[in-house]
Write a protein that binds this ligand. Structure first.
Ligand code: HPA
Length: 267
């Protein structure tokens, strides 16, 4: 990681402050594929800043991935940065671009980060379409890492135990699982899914892990939630497509919205 990427994030945070008239923000939420419809439930929209108006951000290339930061006032009066869209490693813009939003949020004063994603389910025995699963840990198979240099970062608790316990108070029935990330954009082969099950994965996707690492480097407390859009992933025998992932998001938006809105005021 070069200093330039951190400088760019500070510049983006300054631009965000001046665009919104707010000095600091309490929490940031990154809305993954299928999660954008749930964003409306988090609170009252104070302002929206398109990615294209902020240093270092690009409009997302993928349908359903949004492309702006919404500033939301929660019922308790907290200010949340809601990222409607994220950059993925498979877009080829590099790892700094993938974590730029997280670094910007940290530079803007955020201490708590909620990362959401759509994922294939590696445990179809217990997972159903539309189940939210709390991420307890991850396996990073992207081949990338947002940190360069000789500072060793502890990752024994990437996804905060404290935050997971708070979410379990809201919904005791939520399962926890290990999220495995590949670079994408290909979905996994059946052999890869069998491998991931053996490795101890519970969900598979193409995001989240690099952002979580960058967040830990910045000292943020991280909560991760996957929405299982296709249980069995590449083993189900059903070809996968992105439109189905978005459809599951629309169908579960109300439930995910309630979960997130209850969560943001307690984190
Ligand atoms: N694999 C990878 N990413 C995904 C999947 C999947 O099965 N479903 C939603 N995102």
């Amino acid at each position: 990681m070069t200093n330039d990427a951190y400088t760019l994030a500070s510049e983006a945070a300054a631009a965000l402050r001046s665009a919104t008239g707010l000095d600091t923000f309490d929490v940031a939420l990154v809305m993954g594929s299928g999660w954008v419809p749930a964003a409306d439930a988090i609170g009252e929209t104070v302002s929206e800043v398109p990615f294209t108006g902020l240093p270092g951000f690009r409009a997302p290339a993928v349908a359903g991935h949004g492309g702006k930061i919404r500033v939301v006032r929660t019922p308790e009066g907290r200010h949340a940065l809601v990222f409607l869209g994220r950059t993925h490693l498979y877009e080829g813009l590099g790892v700094d671009a993938v974590v730029h939003g997280v670094r910007t949020a940290a530079a803007a004063g955020v201490r708590t980060l909620v990362l959401t994603n759509a994922a294939g389910g590696l445990r179809p025995e217990t997972q159903n379409v539309g189940d939210p699963v709390l991420i307890s840990d991850h396996i990073n198979l992207t081949g990338a890492n947002p940190i360069t240099g000789t500072t060793f970062i502890d990752l024994t608790e990437v996804y905060s135990r404290r935050l997971r316990a708070l979410i379990h108070e809201i919904d005791p029935s939520l399962a926890e699982g290990v999220y495995v990330a590949f670079r994408g954009p290909t979905y996994e082969t059946p052999a890869e899914i069998r491998m991931l099950r053996t490795l101890g994965g519970d969900m598979v996707g193409m995001s989240t892990v690099l952002e979580a690492i960058a967040a830990r480097e910045a000292g943020l407390e991280v909560l991760g939630v996957s929405l299982v859009t296709n249980p069995g992933a590449g083993l189900s025998g059903e070809p996968l497509n992105h439109e189905e992932v978005l459809e599951v998001g629309r169908a579960t938006a109300a439930r995910m919205g309630v979960l997130l809105s209850k969560a943001v005021d307690r984190l």
